[in-house]
Ligand binder design. Structure first.
Ligand code: 5RP
Length: 274
């Protein structure tokens, strides 16, 4: 692999563990001011020191991410649809590779919509991006979006979508965790990270998802709502880091979360007493 490509990937997927905790903050590109991401800088700033990469669009990068922060950027370059439309799959490339290079990002990311009316459009856009990425040393991540059709998140569908992306030549895939996730991993010979999806009921549910995904062969997470919609986002990301990078089990992650949460509550209590 080309040196630049390899270096960019190694900034995000840490060579010491072969794993990564990416923080997804790109929801606004089709959802608008998502709950607890209304003010992106306020959400991102306390979490950035714990992220191996930040998933954002160029608008949020420019306005809400300090260029002096030492965090690799995973730039979303697809868009064109909003939640107001029934069909979310009609996306195009919204940010050029030249812009990605100018912004000094570590990878670009684009959603593919396998099985929708715009399947071909999204796959051809992905192929164009991979061609350009190969030429310029820029890794490309495919995101196996399923839009509003959450029931499609089974191993058969996700294995198909991830494999199609791998065949096109992507360097990383972001997908969803599902039952029999090892079938998804085994069918796609590229590193896979999992999204979290909408907020789960308990912290333990999130830690189980992360732990099971890694056990099945994922290299990490690119997770958003289950971290920053938590009342204790820093505690969440620290506990997830322990699972991903330190092989913590779910029980240990819960105890890291509880300790962090108690610390935070103490700090708030003493600040309000002053
Ligand atoms: C938005 C995305 C998100 O980055 C992805 O879904 C991860 O975020 P979450 O963990 O909140 O699902 O691709 O389209």
């Amino acid at each position: 692999m080309d040196w630049g490509m390899n270096n960019r990937i190694s900034r995000m997927i840490k060579p010491s563990t072969g794993r990564s905790v990416m923080l997804a903050c790109d929801h606004g590109y089709f959802m608008g001011p998502t709950h607890k991401l209304e003010n992106p800088r306020r959400t991102i700033a306390p979490l950035a020191p714990y992220a191996d990469a930040l998933s954002v669009t160029r608008g949020i990068l420019r306005t809400s991410v300090d260029p002096k922060w030492d965090v690799p950027i995973l730039l979303r370059v697809s868009g064109g649809a909003s939640i107001l439309k029934e069909d979310l799959s009609d996306e195009e490339i919204t940010t050029s590779m030249k812009e990605a290079l100018r912004l000094n990002v570590s990878a670009v990311a684009l959603s593919i919509f396998v099985g929708t009316d715009h399947e071909k459009q999204s796959l051809i856009n992905l192929a164009k991006l991979v061609d350009e990425g190969e030429e310029l040393g820029m890794p490309v991540m495919a995101i196996t979006a399923v839009g509003k059709e959450l029931e499609k998140r089974d191993a058969k569908y996700l294995a198909l979508a991830c494999r199609l992306a791998a065949e096109i030549g992507v360097h990383i895939v972001k997908t969803y965790y599902c039952e029999e996730f090892s079938k998804v991993v085994n069918g796609a010979p590229v590193p896979l990270v999992v999204a979290g999806g909408p907020k789960l009921k308990t912290e333990e549910d999130v830690f189980n998802l992360v732990h099971n995904a890694l056990e099945a062969g994922a290299v990490g997470v690119d997770m958003g709502r289950n971290i920053w919609q938590s009342e204790y986002p820093v505690a969440m990301i620290r506990a997830i880091r322990a699972i991903v990078h330190e092989k913590a089990n779910v029980k240990e992650a819960v105890s890291i979360f509880d300790d962090e949460k108690a610390e935070k509550s103490k700090r708030v209590e003493s600040a309000t007493r002053l």
